[in-house]
Design a protein around this ligand. Structure first.
Ligand code: 5AD
Ligand code: FES
Length: 310
């Protein structure tokens, strides 16, 4: 995971890098820094990278991502797989990035319940629930392996909402899922509702249960062990790997910037260098009884089988 910029044009009520948070120290990695991080991934035998950043749009941004995708393909002799996580864009932009070589896209629905969605997002043209849904359909149409997910333990969220979220993911026939506990951030509007939240430990356990149930519902999709799990429990991500998750995304953002990609409080591994992260992760994954799939794209089996007509 390369968190290449925390500059965001949106204003989600839960997110620490929202546009209106003037406390956030903004950064934007240079293309060279991003390509160097990707080179590090390649040389470390990681099979793929995720480019994640605050949501921006427009021709300059589109072109930048296109060039980065091509650059990463080039430096790795087409070996590195590329997942994008840069928010809602137009179908044309999705197509352009797909053609450049990206093949998976992460875009969380955050909540599949329209009312809850509008409690955690502003009601304006850049935060439309229907647009978010449409984006998911467009991504599928463009040919990507599609990943979505939700936050767990949001204020106003009920167990019924979460059950519906799981059914939503099943109905959408997603290929990948990333979901984790909601963690309140002091510089965001949702902070005022912190009194409504269940204790962190309960949110954590609920997130593990969501992962376990989704694994039973969708046996061959990729389920990521969300970093937010580790913000609550030091071995949270390993616990998720044991009960149903199969994907872990080590943070290889250059150390100097890591501390500023603060979507929520207590984000782990923000003061480590990428190489430290690698050794640490290796040990952790072995501890959880799993093996790392080096040099593999780690594509969703679900996607492959769907497309072979099985
Ligand atoms: N707590 C947990 N997850 C969060 N995200 C954003 N803010 C928070 C928060 N306060 C998640 C969103 C987004 C992803 C990149 O990070 O689900 O899609
Ligand atoms: Fe950046 Fe929500 S605040 S996408």
């Amino acid at each position: 995971m390369i968190e290449f910029s925390n500059i965001c044009s949106k204003d989600c009520y839960y997110c620490g890098i929202r546009k209106s948070n003037h406390q956030a120290k903004r950064y934007n990695l240079s293309d060279e820094e991003i390509l160097n991080a990707a080179r590090f991934a390649y040389e470390s035998n990681y099979g793929s990278v995720v480019l994640q950043g605050g949501e921006l749009s427009g021709p300059a941004f589109t072109k930048r991502i296109t060039n980065l995708v091509k650059g990463i393909k080039q430096l790795s002799g087409d070996k590195l797989g590329i997942t994008l996580s840069v928010g809602e864009q137009t179908p044309e932009v999705y197509r352009q990035w797909f053609e450049a070589g990206a093949h998976r896209y992460l875009l969380r629905i955050e909540s599949s319940d329209r009312d809850l969605y509008y409690r955690i997002h502003p009601q304006d043209d850049s935060h439309r629930f229907d647009q978010r849904l449409q984006a998911l359909y467009d991504l599928k149409e463009a040919g990507y392996q599609l990943g979505t997910g939700v936050m767990i333990g949001l204020p106003f969220q009920t167990l019924e909402h979460l059950a519906s979220d799981l059914l939503f993911m099943k109905a959408l026939d997603i290929d990948m899922c990333g979901m984790g506990p909601y963690i309140e951030h002091a510089d965001t509007p949702l902070w005022q509702y912190r009194g409504l939240l269940m204790p962190l430990e309960e949110r954590f356990n609920l997130a593990l249960k969501m992962i376990a149930v989704l694994r039973i519902m969708m046996k061959n999709i990729n389920i990521a062990s969300a970093t937010a799990l580790q913000a609550i429990d030091p071995i949270g991500r390993e616990k998720a790997l044991k009960i149903g998750a199969n994907i872990i995304m080590p943070n290889i953002t250059p150390g100097a910037y890591r501390n500023d990609y603060k979507l929520y409080e207590n984000k782990p591994c923000t003061d480590e260098e990428a190489a430290d992260c690698k050794n640490c992760l290796e040990a952790r994954i072995h501890m959880s009884g799993n093996r790392i799939g080096y040099n593999e794209w780690g594509d969703s089996i679900h996607f492959k089988e769907k497309n072979q007509g099985c």
